[in-house]
Every structure is written in structure tokens, then in C-alpha cells.
Design a protein around this ligand. Structure first.
Ligand code: C2E
Ligand code: MG
Ligand code: MG
Length: 611
């Protein structure tokens, strides 16, 4: 019996070859021999190795199919069966087009084959159909194999199922570009759309428009009915907007209750484009104002629209956004539920505002603010307290009204330091009054803006000042306005409770002008409601307002809150208000706001409330 050994041998020229050495015993002429044969098996072993590799590769986790030159399937691997659902027997001898999903055009396959025939290989994404009918995306590489003569002998297709990758990709895209609540494009996507729309507008010489929409009283509904109902409303708004617009227009949600619409390629004539945009805007306003049924009840949530026209892409996206925002705020200022186009006048007023902002910073540094005080009286005209009202003693413009500069302070955040000054000055004044027997019963009401109130440390700031000036906290009243409807109603209420614990009282200022519902008011731990002076103004003229004035007095009574009437200017108004049940009053009839000095001087001549 002989034996064979495979070894590597080195040739004379130094190269290595694979050899098979055969050794076998042999008898010849009664003599024993050992015969050794050496064969060069380099080529054979290379082929074997390749076959080994091919077999391993064929069993890989990637699906594979091999066809002959006619495209008939010769072989498939296990992974193929796993991905497609077809067994070997079901596909051998068939054409791979049984896998097609029908999603691609004939051109697609034509181009693909052209590539394979030209370059010997094609790679790309194909949507195929599994045996169970499911359509899925796969990433495929198709290679042609040629024989020694250069003739195509086989095609090999290697592919993997990329549906999960695609799904993840889509999810990421969805998260990055779409608002999860409404499914509308988000800000990022909107910017991309607008960029494209502006380029297209330049090409087509057509005007387009960007529309900002802000819901007018969403916050109140959200706060009173809860976020779930708020979400229902937002989805409905998204739906109404989308169905009301053309397919080419884009509706996006910026967040909260802010939506944006791109009106694409309206008209080539500027005026007509504007008319068209107005027409669409008015239609949207009407659609938005239709009632929503939430928890079985009907709620109206109107919208304010700001529109900027664009033509080409010369103006920056930022500027168009800003302009639409300004126009939207202008619409809000004009009584909401309306639309405004951006115009250069608005720009001018914007610039004036920014000038005022820098002047206000100087005013703060140079202590140009002054506190005035206005009397609050009982039904016999006796002074029970004062309201602190800030003024800006401008070195050139004279006394400036808070209605002019407080909104700028609020927008710029300056209200925080300005408000702190007001509160400090108020506490200082109150502590002075406390030194006089005749004045120490007076309470002082201080107006507080929402941004100030919602500072994390607002309560401790107030407490510190109260301690520092030794103020009796039950003499201090903080006025917040009804429009303070804040995102975080719970936090607002919590702060109000914390303040009340120390004895400070809370007044709801300008009541009736915002959107407060009674259920909203009931949630707030308010001590006193100040009915806005616009209602008092109309007493005896407007019967509707008169009934509001009466109702508010009753609401106060039933909620256990005091009611104060602001802006009393005549004896007749005073008389009527007493009749309706008001107990506290403020207005020019009793005195205009005045400086602390003037008040202290005048106080001696005014009847005092008995202790
Ligand atoms: P408000 O808190 O509702 O103050 C009442 C406003 O009505 C005051 O205007 C007052 O002068 C005016 N007023 C009072 N009685 C009458 C009247 O009989 N007839 C008329 N026509 N007006 C009357 P003022 O001082 O111009 O303040 C305007 C608003 O500015 C205030 O409204 C308040 O919202 C805000 N404000 C004033 N001071 C401050 C402050 O210190 N901090 C904050 N955050 N806001 C303030
Ligand atoms: Mg006030
Ligand atoms: Mg007021």
C-alpha cells in the first residue's frame, strides 16, 4: 500500500509549488523498491481552494442566485429562500423576473441590463415581491461571469433585504422632518420647501406667499381642557388647513399653535397675487373659526394670519419669516381673527421698537423710571390702597406711558430687571407709608408681567424684598393680567399659592379683555378681579357691556373674589357700579396717577378708612 503527501516544494528558481508525493513499495526481481512519484499540483490545489471559497460564500447570509446565460435560474442558496420565501425547487429553471414587484418601469430594467452587459456589473436598490406577496426593498449586485472565450456563461445576483434599514431611515427622516402630532412638515422641512419654492418663483416669474398662522385662544383651551384635547384641536386645525389648500401648497407646523403655509406660484402680477393670497387667507380664517367639538362641547379657536409676498429668492428666508411673524402680530393687535400683509411701515415700527429697546437699557442704567400711584377707594370714596404705575422720564421726550414701553420690555426680556426695580421701589414706598399711622393700612398693588412672574426665583425675590424693607406682606398685592395665560398653568398656580402663603394677595387685572373662561378663572387662586376700564367706559351706553359688568360682579361674589372697577371717570359710573355690587374702585374720578410725594401731601385732605 502506498501513501500520498501534499507538500510545498521550492523550485530551483526560488518559487514555491504545491506537490503531491506518492510513495509505494514495489517488488522487482525479488528485490524490494520504494517508488516515489512527485506531481506538481499547484493548479489543482488553487482550483480546489477556489471551489472551497465559492461554496462558503454561497452559503453566506446574503441571498444569491446564479443563472445561465439565458437567465434561467441554476442555483440559489438558503438565504435566498429565507428572503424571498421560494424554495430551490420552485425557482430552479425559472427566470428571476418572477421576483419582480411591478414597482419599476421597463426602462429601469432596460438600463440595468445595459449596465450589466457593458460593465459586467450593476449595483442598486430594487423593490421585489416575496412569495407571500409582500413588496420589499433589496440591495442587489448583479455580475456577469464569462467563460474562457469571453462569452457570458452565467449571471450571479447577490442581494440583501434592506426593508428594516429603510424603515429605520424613514423613521429618522420622519422624526427629523415631520411634526409627530400632526404629521405636517416641521420647521426644517419648511425651510427646504421655501428655498425650493423661491428658486422656482424666480424661474417662473410668479409671486408666492408665506403665511404665518397663530391660533388666538389655543392656550386657554389647552389649559382648561387639558393637553389631550388641545392635541385633538391641533390635529383638526392641521386637517382643515391641508384640505382647504391646493396640492402644491405646503402646510407646516412650527410648534405650539403656530402653523405656516407656503402659497406656491400664485400669479405673475404682484397685485393679483396679493388679492389671491388675501382671498385664500380669508377663506382659511373662516375655516379656522368654525367650532370644534371637544368633550361634547363646542369651542371656537380663531386664527390670526400674517402674510409676506415673495418673488424670486433675493430676500433671505430669515427675513421672510420675520416679516410674516411681524404681520401676524399686527393682525393679533388688530383684534385677532384677521389677516395682515407685511408692509414697510411695519418694518419702520419694528426699527423704532429696536431703537426703544436700546434706549430702555440706558434708562435702566440711568434710573430714568419713576413710579406714580393711583388711588383705589371703597364705595364711600375712602382710600384703601394705591396702584403703582411706572413711567419713563425720558430726557428728550418727557414722560412716556407704560403702554408704550412695557410691551417692548416684555418682548426684549428687559421686563425682568425693570420689573425688579419697580418691585423694589414699591416695597420701599410701602415701608415708608408703614411709618405713618394714617397710612399704614394702605395696600399697594404692583403690576407684574408674565415673564417676570414665571422666573424660577420670582417668589424668593419677592420674599427677599419684603424682608429687606420690613413690609407687611398683607399690604402687598400683585396684579397679573388675564392674558397671562401661560403654557405652564400648573407652575403659574403653584407660584400664586406660594405667594399667597406669605400673605400677599393676587389681583386679576384687565379682566374681560382676554380669553379667560370662567373655568380658567376658577382654577386660579385670585383674591380680586379688576374689571377692565373699557367696560366701565360704556356704562349707560352699551347694554351688552353693562350686563358683562353685572355678571362679573356676580362671578366674583360666587367665587369669593373681590371685584374692583377700573377707569371710573364719572359720578354716574360710580353710582351704577355700587348698585351692581362693586366694592372697590379706581379711576380719574377719584384721582389720576401721581408721584409718591404728591400723594403723601394730598393724603392728609382725603377721608380715611376707619381702622
Ligand atoms: P393697568 O394696570 O390696567 O393700569 C390702569 C391704567 O389705566 C393706567 O394707565 C391708569 O393711568 C389708567 N387709568 C386709571 N384710571 C383711569 C380712568 O379713569 N380713565 C382712563 N382713561 N384711564 C385710567 P397707565 O399708567 O398708562 O398704565 C397702562 C398699563 O401699563 C397698565 O394698565 C399696566 O398694564 C401697565 N403698567 C403700568 N405700570 C406697570 C408696571 O409697573 N409694571 C408692569 N408690568 N406693567 C405696568
Ligand atoms: Mg394694573
Ligand atoms: Mg387694568
Amino acid at each position: 500500500m502506498g501513501e500520498n503527501h501534499n507538500l510545498t516544494a521550492r523550485c530551483k528558481d526560488g518559487s514555491e509549488i504545491a506537490v503531491e508525493i506518492g510513495i509505494s513499495p514495489m517488488r522487482l526481481d525479488d528485490k524490494r523498491y520504494v517508488v516515489a512519484t512527485i506531481a506538481d499540483i499547484t493548479e489543482r490545489s488553487a482550483i480546489e481552494q477556489e471551489l472551497q471559497i465559492a461554496a462558503t460564500a454561497f452559503d453566506s447570509h446574503e441571498a444569491m442566485l446564479v443563472t445561465d446565460s439565458q437567465g434561467d435560474i441554476l442555483r440559489v442558496n438558503d438565504a435566498f429562500t429565507k428572503v424571498t420565501g421560494y424554495s430551490r425547487e420552485e425557482v430552479i429553471g425559472k427566470n428571476p423576473n418572477i421576483l419582480q414587484s411591478g414597482r419599476h418601469s421597463a426602462d429601469f430594467y432596460h438600463d440595468m441590463w445595459e449596465r450589466i452587459n457593458q460593465d459586467g456589473c450593476w449595483q442598486g436598490e430594487i423593490w421585489d415581491r416575496r412569495k407571500n406577496g409582500e413588496v420589499y426593498p433589496k440591495w442587489a449586485t448583479i455580475t456577469s461571469v464569462s467563460d474562457k472565450n469571453g462569452q457570458v456563461s452565467n449571471y450571479v445576483s447577490i442581494f440583501s433585504d434592506i426593508s428594516s434599514v429603510k424603515k429605520a431611515q424613514d423613521q429618522i427622516l420622519e422624526l427629523a422632518y415631520y411634526d409627530p402630532l400632526t404629521g405636517l412638515p416641521n420647521r426644517r422641512r419648511l425651510v427646504e420647501y421655501l428655498e425650493r419654492a423661491m428658486v422656482e418663483s424666480k424661474r417662473s416669474n410668479m409671486f408666492g406667499a408665506l403665511m404665518f398662522i397663530d391660533l388666538d385662544n389655543f392656550k386657554i383651551i389647552n389649559d382648561t381642557l387639558g393637553h389631550e384635547q388641545g392635541d385633538v384641536l391641533l390635529k383638526e386645525v392641521a386637517n382643515r388647513l391641508t384640505t382647504a389648500l391646493r396640492e402644491v401648497d405646503i402646510v407646516a407646523r412650527l410648534g405650539g399653535d403656530e402653523f405656516v403655509v407656503i402659497l406656491h406660484e400664485l400669479e405673475s402680477d404682484g397685485n393679483r397675487a396679493m388679492q389671491y393670497a388675501r382671498h385664500i387667507g380669508e377663506n382659511l380664517i373662516r375655516i379656522l373659526a368654525k367650532p370644534h367639538i371637544l368633550e361634547g362641547r363646542s369651542y371656537v379657536c380663531t386664527g390670526s394670519l400674517g402674510i409676506t409676498m415673495y418673488y424670486g429668492n433675493e430676500v433671505s428666508i430669515d427675513e421672510i419669516f420675520r416679516s410674516s411673524d411681524v404681520a401676524m402680530y399686527e393682525a393679533k393687535k388688530r383684534g385677532r381673527n384677521s389677516l395682515r400683509f407685511f408692509d414697510p411701515e411695519m418694518q419702520a415700527s419694528l426699527e423704532k421698537r429696536s431703537q426703544m429697546e436700546s434706549d430702555l437699557r440706558i434708562a435702566l442704567k440711568k434710573k430714568q423710571f419713576v413710579l406714580y400711584f393711583q388711588k383705589q377707594v371703597d364705595n364711600e370714596g375712602r382710600i384703601i390702597g394705591m396702584e403703582a404705575l411706572v413711567r419713563w422720564a425720558h430726557p428728550e421726550r418727557g414722560m412716556i406711558s407704560p403702554s408704550e414701553f412695557i410691551p417692548v420690555c416684555e418682548d426684549s426680556g428687559l421686563i425682568v430687571p425693570v420689573g425688579h426695580w419697580i418691585l423694589t421701589e414699591s416695597c420701599r414706598t410701602l415701608s415708608q407709608w408703614q411709618q405713618h399711622d394714617s397710612m399704614k393700612h394702605l395696600k399697594l398693588a404692583v403690576n407684574i408681567s408674565i415673564k417676570e412672574f414665571m422666573q424660577d426665583d420670582f417668589v424668593s425675590q419677592v420674599n427677599l424684598l419684603v424682608d429687606e424693607y420690613g413690609v407687611h406682606s398683607d399690604r402687598l398685592e400683585l396684579e397679573i393680567t388675564e392674558s397671562m395665560a401661560h403654557d405652564d398653568l400648573d407652575a403659574l398656580i403653584e407660584k400664586m399659592h406660594q405667594l399667597k402663603k406669605t400673605g400677599i394677595s393676587i389681583a386679576m387685572d384687565d379682566f374681560g379683555t382676554g380669553y379667560s373662561s370662567l373655568s380658567y378663572l376658577k382654577k386660579l387662586p385670585v383674591d380680586i378681579i379688576k374689571i377692565d376700564r373699557s367696560f366701565v367706559d360704556d356704562l349707560g351706553v352699551n347694554a351688552n357691556n353693562e350686563s358683562i359688568v353685572k355678571t362679573i360682579a356676580k362671578v366674583g361674589e360666587s367665587f369669593g373674589m373681590d371685584v374692583l372697577a377700573e377707569g371710573v371717570e364719572t359720578e354716574e359710573q360710580f353710582r351704577l357700579l355700587i348698585e351692581y355690587g362693586y366694592k372697590q374702585f379706581q379711576g380719574y374720578y377719584f384721582g389720576k396717577p401721581m408721584t409718591a410725594d404728591k400723594f403723601e401731601e394730598e393724603f392728609q385732605s382725603i377721608p380715611r378708612r376707619e381702622k
